[in-house]
Design a protein around this ligand. Structure first.
Ligand SMILES: Cc1cc2nc3c(=O)[nH]c(=O)nc-3n(C[C@H](O)[C@H](O)[C@H](O)COP(=O)(O)OP(=O)(O)OC[C@H]3O[C@@H](n4cnc5c(N)ncnc54)[C@H](O)[C@@H]3O)c2cc1C
Length: 572
């Protein structure tokens, strides 16, 4: 067995090359140089429309989405690399909605080439399997151009986002730039930035706080929040085996080889396995992450002759937290500054990506003059609802995994014992409800069946070649996408032409294979997948936003459609 590096450290033995290859000994993350900005040495603070604080997965997704809309922004990060110092990769598991977003941003192919696809999860109590799923068998996951999940180290995604931002232009990435001061004014904010070459001030009309769980903006903005810290302790061992276990997510609620505490087992890129062990509540982080202890745990799980190399060890605890408002003055909170969830269900980074996708098109629409500033309020409504749902769902999992004495423990014991024999009880086994595209049921900008995510399903262009929803969203170029299903009367076609002339909407007619094309842009939906993804039937319309969420659906092309467009863009 190879010897392990010091516990709790990111292992940096070999170069993390531009090809992002892992080689023996661990990762060395890329470094980006500090480049002196024009403000340094100047007495006048320059004003920018958007300043993003934090180049983690959330801030970089935001920056990349803005760049794709052609909108300028400045990103400030105190570090000079991707990933979080000393933490190797925190996130590993990325959901279909995030992968669909990454496809729109132009980095999905890089993620798919590097990451590991999986769909099967199995949960064990002792030696018994008490729950399993194969997401590919679930119709809701089957039809997208992206798989249910890809496992990949978080820093790879961040690195791909940096590359893509550099390709797209518009965004100024400033490394080695720590925000140390903030003042809110009427219509803009001033930030103080410390750099290796001194401090400067920068002004921003909109500030996006994506600076993670230790953000200073909560204090600066007097943000109120609901917060809870538990006593659950875990210790990650990222490991490379000589003989690979199956590419499935295995979780144990009660693992005999971990003193009947929980264990997680997942494969990531570079044949690195994440084995995550639940510890005693009062466990000493230094002790449980010592080299000897980690090897002992691995031998208990995989046998005395296990041949493996430890890539990284990270002990951690977690808290749950949710702000009461995600928009205060000029500041938008997103990612871990908006909410913090336990890692069960992969809802942290994935929902940061969704936060960014939600706000980016709205800021772009406002700055491009397609919508009024009032549209930005819907960010708070929609993503706060999502944050609260995610906190609630992950708290339930945390309580299942570390139940309080009394009723919670009795419930868990009963569920595990029933699930061994009775299928009905398996739905209560909760080792993480995997992240989903949260619905926006409270949004004033979505109507009727609006507020649901539209899966990135396939259709056919007129020449018979395949296209997917993201192609249409990109074609709409930051405007609303109106899909009208079925042939339309001459009067309806005239109304549609009128609507697209006066509002930021692009319209496509969706027909079966046998219907003749009318005087509208047309695509074919022979199997009805596009219609299903939009949750409509027969003659209908669906108004799709640039974040591939439904703003509204309806039947007749009439005043209700015009109202839906106005509401979606906060025009009325
Ligand atoms: C063990 C574990 C496993 C996880 N697994 C998953 C998973 O499988 N899937 C998933 O989706 N999520 C997962 N998560 C959660 C996920 O890692 C986080 O939710 C995610 O990193 C949050 O990203 P962020 O960009 O919001 O913040 P961060 O990643 O914390 O990035 C913040 C950035 O801001 C910068 N910064 C901070 N302060 C300043 C300042 N003052 N000035 C300038 N820059 C600053 C930092 O340098 C950093 O680059 C996991 C978390 C843990 C702990």
């Amino acid at each position: 067995m190879d010897s392990a590096p010091t516990a709790g450290q990111a292992y940096q033995a070999t170069a993390f090359t531009n090809d992002y290859e892992f080689s023996k000994g661990g990762y060395e993350l890329p470094t980006y140089p500090f480049v002196a900005p024009p403000e340094l040495g100047s007495k006048i603070a320059m004003r920018h429309p958007i300043v993003i604080v934090g180049a983690g997965i959330t801030g970089l997704t935001m920056a990349c989405a803005l760049a794709r809309h052609g909108v300028a922004a400045v990103v400030l990060d105190e570090d000079n690399s991707v990933g979080v110092k000393g933490a190797s990769s925190r996130g590993i598991c990325y959901t279909q909605k995030s992968l669909e977003i990454f496809q729109r941003l132009g980095i999905y192919d890089r993620i798919a080439a590097k990451g590991i696809q999986w769909s099967v999860g199995r949960t064990f109590a002792g030696n018994d399997e008490v729950y399993s799923f194969d997401l590919r068998q679930q119709s809701s996951f089957q039809l997208s151009a992206q798989p249910p999940f890809i496992n990949i180290q978080q820093f790879y995604i961040e690195g791909f986002l940096v590359q893509r931002i550099q390709e797209l232009g518009h965004v100024h990435l400033r490394w080695g730039s720590r925000v140390t001061g903030f003042t809110q004014h009427d219509g803009f904010a001033t930030l103080t930035v410390d750099t290796p070459q001194g401090s400067y001030q920068i002004e921003a009309e909109h500030v996006v706080d994506a600076s993670g769980s230790h953000t200073p903006f909560h204090r600066w903005c007097s943000a109120s929040m609901q917060s809870r810290r538990g006593d659950d302790r875990w210790c990650i061992a990222d490991v490379r085996f000589k003989n690979l276990p199956p590419t499935e997510r295995h979780t144990w609620i009660e693992a005999p080889f971990n003193d009947n505490r929980a264990v997680w087992q997942h494969l990531m890129a570079d044949d690195v396995w994440r084995i995550d062990y639940q510890m005693e509540p009062d466990a000493d982080p230094a002790l449980v992450s010592s080299e000897a202890e980690v090897h002992k745990r691995l031998r208990r799980q995989f046998g005395a002759d296990v041949a493996c190399e430890i890539v990284w060890v990270g002990p951690y605890a977690y808290r749950s937290q949710c702000l009461d408002a995600l928009h205060i003055g000029n500041v938008f909170f997103m990612g871990d500054t908006a909410k913090i969830v336990s890692p069960f269900g992969a809802r942290g980074g994935n929902t940061g990506v969704a936060d960014a996708d939600n706000l980016a098109w709205k800021l772009a629409a406002v700055l491009r003059g397609l919508a009024p500033a009032a549209l930005l309020e819907s960010y708070n409504q929609e993503r706060l609802e999502a944050a609260q749902q995610n906190v609630q769902v992950t708290n339930r999992t945390a309580r299942f995994l570390r139940p309080a004495d009394g009723m919670e423990r009795v419930f868990r014991t009963a569920v595990i014992s029933l699930a061994r024999q009775h299928p009905f009880a398996r739905q209560f086994v909760n080792t993480g409800r995997m992240a989903v595209a949260n619905p926006y049921s409270q949004s004033a900008n979505c109507e009727g069946s609006g507020g649901l995510s539209v899966q990135n399903v396939f259709f056919r262009w007129e020449d018979g070649s395949p296209g997917c929803v993201n192609d249409l969203v990109l074609w709409a170029d930051g405007r609303l996408l109106l899909l009208v299903f079925g042939d339309q009367s001459a009067q309806a076609r005239q109304r549609l032409a009128e609507l697209t002339r006066h509002a930021p909407v692009r319209c496509v007619q969706v027909l079966g294979t046998d219907t003749r094309r009318q005087s509208l842009e047309t695509v074919r939906d022979p199997q009805g997948h596009l219609q299903g993804a939009c949750h409509v039937f027969g003659h209908a319309w669906a108004l799709v936003r640039p974040d591939a969420y439904l703003a509204a659906t309806g039947e007749a092309v009439d005043s209700a459609l015009v109202r839906a467009v106005e509401h979606a863009l906060a025009l009325a």
